[in-house]
Design a protein around this ligand. Structure first.
Ligand SMILES: Nc1ncnc2c1ncn2[C@@H]1O[C@H](COP(=O)(O)OP(=O)(O)O)[C@@H](O)[C@H]1O
Ligand SMILES: [Mg+2]
Length: 263
């Protein structure tokens, strides 16, 4: 029997591709659909945590014991590190700036590829959540390997820019290596983000990706929308910040695709 809880990693080694924005807004959209969602912020930049809390609160998480760094390195029960957001059905395990030393910490661990998976296992077994969404740093090291080992699916955001595809081959190769540790891992799809419909980069990026064998590209694309940054500046998901925001509707469409595909 597959687990009730689906674990989805948002990963791409290219920074600025829209991983964190997608994790926050897909999480929020799924919660609006009545799903129970846990976000896990695994990036030392703490941007996913900042998407829901102000800087003062985020720094409190960073230096306290309620974060993913403490959970993994002190082997705390992950359940104890879960924090409620302002939104019903949407919880988060915050990150910490200490995640900058996570690669080194993991290096010394036994079965170092599975530290995150082991910590998340009781949360998955409790069936408390429908979805666990993990936001990744823009790297391809042991931490991201841990994230992929703990996940059922990967969503890979790719920016529709001339350089958006640079490094995609490395990411594909890394996914294949991760499958050696987790044979149930699959690429749910590539998400084209930050599309400027007046430029053709978008079409070029999309065509190049669609030509890649075995790769699904989500039907929904996320266009550039200045409301995204306003919402982030206010530590809110975009649809909560402004109901009529175009990108909010796009993330909702994407979430419906995700619900259909994760079976
Ligand atoms: N649809 C969008 N429209 C406008 N800006 C966006 C959009 N999506 C993301 N951004 C901005 O692009 C930057 C990178 O996005 P982010 O989600 O942080 O990427 P990553 O997590 O991959 O580094 C952020 O400043 C964010 O505000
Ligand atoms: Mg990010």
């Amino acid at each position: 029997m597959p687990n009730k809880t689906k674990v989805i990693a948002f990963a791409n080694n290219k920074g600025g591709s829209g991983k964190t924005t997608a994790a926050a807004n897909v999480g929020y959209s799924l919660s609006l659909k009545g799903k129970k969602v846990l976000l896990v912020d695994a990036d030392m930049q703490m941007n996913l945590t900042l998407s829901f809390f102000d800087e003062e609160k985020v720094m409190e998480f960073a230096s306290g014991s309620c974060n993913i760094y403490r959970a993994v390195t002190d082997r705390l029960p992950f359940e104890d590190c879960i924090v409620k957001t302002a939104y019903k059905g949407l919880d988060i395990i915050p990150s910490s700036t200490l995640m900058s030393s996570m690669e080194f910490k993991l290096f010394k661990e036994k079965e170092r590829e599975f530290c995150l998976a082991k910590g998340l296992a009781p949360v998955i077994e409790s069936e408390r959540y429908d979805y666990i969404l993990i936001d990744s740093p823009p790297t391809l090291g042991c931490l991201v390997l841990n994230i992929l080992t703990a996940s059922d699916y990967v969503i890979m955001p790719v920016e529709a820019s001339p350089w958006g595809l640079f490094g995609v081959a490395n990411m594909f190769e890394f996914l294949e290596s991760a499958k050696e540790f987790n044979d149930s891992l699959s690429l749910l799809g590539i998400l084209i983000t930050k599309v400027n419909t007046r430029k053709n980069y978008y079409k070029q990026t999309l065509e190049n990706l669609k030509a890649t064998p075995g790769v699904r590209v989500f039907d929904t694309v996320i266009r550039i929308d200045s409301e995204v940054e306003w919402a982030q500046d206010n530590s809110m998901p975009v649809a909560a910040y402004k109901k009529s925001a175009r990108s909010g509707a796009e993330y909702m469409e994407l979430s419906k695709e995700v619900m259909r595909l994760c079976r």
